[in-house]
Design a protein around this ligand. Structure first.
Ligand code: MF3
Ligand code: CO
Length: 268
């Protein structure tokens, strides 16, 4: 996925990324306001696309081809419902129902730099079990972010996510990972959500990474659907996904995306 050496950004580039990340955060909140039983994931995609274009940016997932031989991704959002882990494709036929959970993943490019974030929303009232999965997955993201500091290694971030969710009985999806982010959606290093401390890439000041735990309530195994994109839990138990774009700093990571707009408008 992300080859080569991690790119150290300049403070000027980080300022530009801050703007891209602010927009993607506001886009997720805009989508969140519209999440309710009866709306289709296709409608959510249209809302996001219009909002992004109106704000002088471009949806970065649309037409994205992560590798040769995969068909280009045709939408602005990934909308992954219940047992879908990531890369769920928006569809007019996918109508949200009370009790569903939906991961909405969005990336934009503005002034040449990408912002990438994801949030899993409840649809109406959800079961306590699903609610606990969402809380734990979001919390695991912040556990990882706490370790995303100068002098640590990617494995420290990965390990923090893994230890937290496994202590609660959940499973980490292995096949998909977070990533460096900048001019491109996917840059080095890869950021797995499991691993050993003090291993992998050394983290340095001004590297920018997207940390994105994908956590299953059941077993970790996944499958890809016939549409070639949608990834779902093989045992069809629910899955959650949260993502922030984060700058490596000394002492404390700087989070460029924010859930504050979402959480101000959605009662979760
Ligand atoms: N946030 C996801 C990622 O970083 C979404 C990518 S979807 C794609 O991989 F369509 F752009 F591939
Ligand atoms: Co990402």
């Amino acid at each position: 996925m992300a080859k080569g050496k991690p790119i150290i950004k300049t403070e000027e580039e980080i300022e530009i990324m801050r703007e891209s990340c602010l927009l993607v955060s506001k886009t997720l909140a805009e989508v969140g306001k519209n999440i309710k039983p009866g709306i289709s994931t296709f409608q959510l995609d249209a809302i996001a696309e219009e909002f992004i274009l109106d704000n002088g940016a471009i949806p970065v997932f649309k037409d994205y081809k992560p590798y040769k031989d995969v068909k280009a991704y045709p939408y602005t959002l990934c909308t992954s419902v219940n047992e879908e882990v990531v890369h769920g494709m928006p569809s007019k036929n996918r109508i949200l129902q009370e009790g569903d959970i939906i991961s909405v993943d969005c990336g934009v490019v503005k002034n040449g730099f990408v912002g990438d974030s994801a949030y899993t929303f409840p649809v109406g009232v959800i079961s306590p079990k699903k609610k606990r999965l969402l809380e734990a997955t979001k919390q695991s993201l912040y556990k990882g972010i706490q370790r995303a500091v100068t002098g640590n290694f990617v494995g420290d971030v990965s390990n923090a996510v893994q230890m937290y969710v496994e202590s609660l009985g959940y499973s980490v999806v292995r096949e998909m990972v977070g990533h460096g982010v900048g001019k491109n959606l996917h840059e080095a290093p890869e950021v797995p959500n499991y691993g050993r401390r003090r291993t992998g890439q050394l983290l340095r000041e001004r590297m920018v990474i997207a940390i994105e735990p994908m956590i299953n309530m059941g077993k970790a195994a996944i499958k890809t659907a016939d549409d070639e994109w949608t990834v779902y839990a093989s045992d069809r138990h629910p899955s959650a996904h949260f993502e922030h774009t984060v700058v490596i700093r000394t002492g404390k990571a700087e989070i460029l995306t924010t859930f504050e707009f979402i959480e101000a408008s959605v009662n979760s």
